[in-house]
Design a protein around this ligand. Structure first.
Ligand SMILES: [Fe+2]
Length: 184
């Protein structure tokens, strides 16, 4: 199995935008936090989070290829369930998120955007962030408007109340804050 460092190296080889690389590391951390919560394979879930957008600068003109190309790029590295999760995080690929693993990736991808945007307007960045503030941001549709609130709320399909999901995600992002430019 590919290591965390190897997966980050593969991302950096393929994605030059630093914000995107940081996004993937953040989603990886949230996936690991979720896997720990469920008693799933935290290494696999983290690596999937890190690699899910590895094609972002190379998938081409058609957004339907996003995710499909990532899946192709990692097909010899990751097991089938991981490849399916990566593909289905963009339903335009024709693959719908079905399993807990798939839905977790979709929801983690979305909530990471809210958490990053919230950290960037806080003087202390990730430090001391509470689920309550993410809840407020959820309701303010003009804040980080590109974030799909619907995808964030998919957490309920995988047996997590929003506040519990936000707490796990904040803790996870805080654990990598210094790696993704979100420490104080
Ligand atoms: Fe993403």
């Amino acid at each position: 199995m590919i290591t965390r460092d190897e997966s980050i190296a593969l991302v950096k080889e393929n994605v030059k935008n630093k914000n995107l690389v940081n996004h993937m590391i953040g989603v990886g951390a949230i996936m690991k936090g979720l896997a720990d919560h469920y008693g799933e394979d935290s290494h696999l879930w983290e690596v999937v989070g890190i690699l899910h957008d590895v094609d972002y600068e190379t998938f081409g003109e058609d957004f339907a290829n996003h995710g499909a190309k990532s899946a192709e790029m990692v097909k010899d590295i990751l097991p089938d369930n991981a490849i399916k999760a990566i593909r289905s995080h963009n339903p335009l690929t024709g693959y719908e998120p079905e399993l807990k693993f798939d839905i977790a990736l979709l929801a983690a991808d979305a909530i990471s955007g809210l958490i990053v945007a919230n950290a960037l307007v806080r003087p202390n960045r990730m430090e001391g962030m509470k689920a309550k503030s993410i809840k407020k941001r959820m309701k303010d549709k003009s804040f980080a408007r590109q974030v799909s609130r619907e995808n964030v709320m998919k957490c309920e399909e995988i047996d997590l109340q929003f506040s519990e999901f936000a707490t796990i995600a904040i803790k996870a992002m805080d654990s990598v804050a210094d790696q993704i430019g979100l420490s104080k």
